[in-house]
Design a protein. Structure first.
Length: 524
């Protein structure tokens, strides 16, 4: 029997003879009701529903493991001594968001392998729902097979949802789209695109620092600039989705649900949208609404110039509203249609006439940026029991300076004092019980009135100084060295904070914490 009845409606009680073990990927946009779809899939096999495994929080925040459908239990076998997930890298959620089938990305491939193998070892069919993979569908299909379902939302409704959240204090979505634009579009876009919005690339070992930076960027941009960024990313993500997914759709489906499930049933999947009620009407300031059509045309024109050849692509099956369908149709049209009065849209910015630019647009060069330095919370070859934090992620008291090293482009903390002074402290980690070692890569020179005495000091505290995890450990250093201190968390500790002090001068190049293996029992 099928997963749908004779009327094409999903039937949760139905059984069928063929069991499927291929993974199911749901590639969604933010604010597109993807959690509803995940919760209302009907699948014959026993499954594990894996909720957004590329979320940046899987780096070191154990609370994110507690998700619906026993996800916490699924990830418990993969949890690391540092509180993160085996194989995860924070860059998965913001960097290299658009991959072709032949691109190499060993860390991401390894991580997805780990998730799929864990599901297989439990005899479960994996269902991965993610809002960060619409641009990676062909890459995932080539390596992992599976059925790929795309979920899209009308861009104006989606952007209104972003703005509504921001107006109520949640800037996550607008900050995220700014970061994706900076990391994935700014390095390769033509000069014309960057005449409209150019965002700096900022990378840090601590995701919170990156997010705070791009939240400040989002707050500094006009609505027109934010919508341009959003639409550019939307065009790229949606194009990948409708071309590479097995099927893409938008809620509500209405009468088209039967058609969708008729296509999905060959993979042993159905989706029940009968309880979907849609988003609440958003009381949004529409003062900018008259700008939207012009901004959409500008973003589409820039996107076509940067990538070209779109008319040769063939979309797969999709079920979309007429308004969203119009955007898809525009993607495949060969023409470039810029509005004339673009400077009005961008708040009076002085731009050359786009009519003039359009004639020579294809001769404009692609931007040629040197590869940016990405500070990973773990680097590609790091073991999973190591957690990095960069000089730009620590707290600096008065007297300490964060500068860029001219030799290699990395950040460095510099400090000079004739008496003992605090150089840097933090950031704050929540660590499980265990044994740890914190390392500092420093260059120090002696100063002050005691040149024969130790000059560099490390101590580790927790809970904002209520708990001392180590005494102040002293080091006698001249030149560059890596120094470390071992500390114990006999119970889980919140706000663990390494602190570095010096007499004389010091440069701090890097830091990391290692979880030490538990001592094995003797004679057992």
């Amino acid at each position: 029997m099928d997963l749908v009845n004779d009327e094409g409606r999903p039937d949760a009680s139905a059984t069928h003879d063929v069991l499927h073990d291929e993974p199911i990927f749901i590639h969604a946009a933010f604010r597109s009701s993807s959690t509803y779809v995940l919760d209302h899939l009907i699948i014959q096999e026993n499954v594990v529903k894996i909720y957004e495994p590329l979320h940046e929080g899987f780096g070191n925040i154990p609370q994110l493991l507690q998700r619906p459908n026993q996800q916490g239990d699924f990830f418990s076998a993969l949890e690391l001594p540092m509180g993160g997930v085996k194989g995860f890298r924070k860059a998965f959620g913001t960097e290299r968001m658009f991959l072709g089938p032949d691109d190499d990305h060993p860390p991401l491939q390894n991580y997805i392998d780990i998730l799929l193998e864990e599901a297989k070892s439990r005899g479960l069919r994996p269902v991965i729902k993610e809002v960060r993979t619409q641009g990676r569908i062909s890459w995932l299909r080539k390596r992992f097979g599976g059925v790929h379902i795309g979920l899209i939302r009308d861009p104006r409704s989606q952007f209104r949802s972003y703005r509504w959240n921001a107006r109520h204090g949640n800037w996550y979505f607008l900050a995220q789209v700014c970061q994706v634009y900076a990391f994935n579009i700014v390095p390769i876009a033509r000069a014309l695109t960057l005449k409209f919005v150019d965002i700096p690339i900022f990378s840090n070992a601590m995701y919170a620092e990156e997010h705070n930076f791009y939240e400040r960027v989002a707050k500094s941009l006009s609505t027109a600039e934010l919508y341009f960024i959003f639409m550019y990313v939307w065009f790229w993500s949606t194009l990948n989705c409708v071309v590479q997914a097995d099927v893409s759709f938008e809620l509500p489906l209405g009468q088209r649900e039967a058609d969708l499930n008729g296509l999905l049933k060959q993979h042993g999947v159905a989706v029940d949208t009968s309880r979907f009620r849609g988003s609440l009407a958003i009381d949004e300031d529409l003062a900018y609404s008259d700008m939207l059509p012009d901004i959409e045309k500008i973003a589409l024109g820039c996107f076509k110039l940067d990538f070209g050849g779109l008319s040769a692509l063939a979309p797969s099956t999709y079920y979309l509203s007429p308004s969203t369908q119009a955007y898809i149709d525009a993607l495949f049209l060969p023409d470039l249609s810029f509005p004339v009065e673009s400077s009005r849209v961008f708040n009076g910015k002085v731009l050359k006439s786009l009519l003039l630019l359009e004639a020579n647009a294809r001769s404009l060069p692609l931007r040629s940026l040197a590869p940016y330095i990405s500070y990973g919370h773990r680097n590609e070859n790091d073991p999973d029991n190591l957690l990095r934090f960069s000089p730009s992620s620590v707290y600096l008291p008065q007297g300490s300076l964060l500068e860029m090293s001219p030799s290699d482009g990395y950040s460095v903390v510099r400090f000079v004092s004739e008496s003992e002074g605090l150089v840097c402290y933090g950031p704050h980690f929540d660590l499980p019980a265990g044994s740890y070692e914190v390392f500092f890569d420093v260059r120090a020179e002696k100063g002050g009135r005691a040149p024969l005495e130790p000059n560099v000091f490390i101590n580790v505290i927790a809970q904002r100084g209520l708990v001392n995890l180590t005494p102040k450990m002293a080091f006698d250093i001249t030149g560059r060295r890596e120094i470390s201190v071992v500390f114990e968390c006999t119970i889980p500790q919140a706000l663990v904070e390494p602190r570095l002090s010096v007499i004389g001068s010091v440069e701090v190049y890097g830091m990391y914490i290692v979880a030490k293996p538990a001592a094995s029992s003797v004679g057992a």
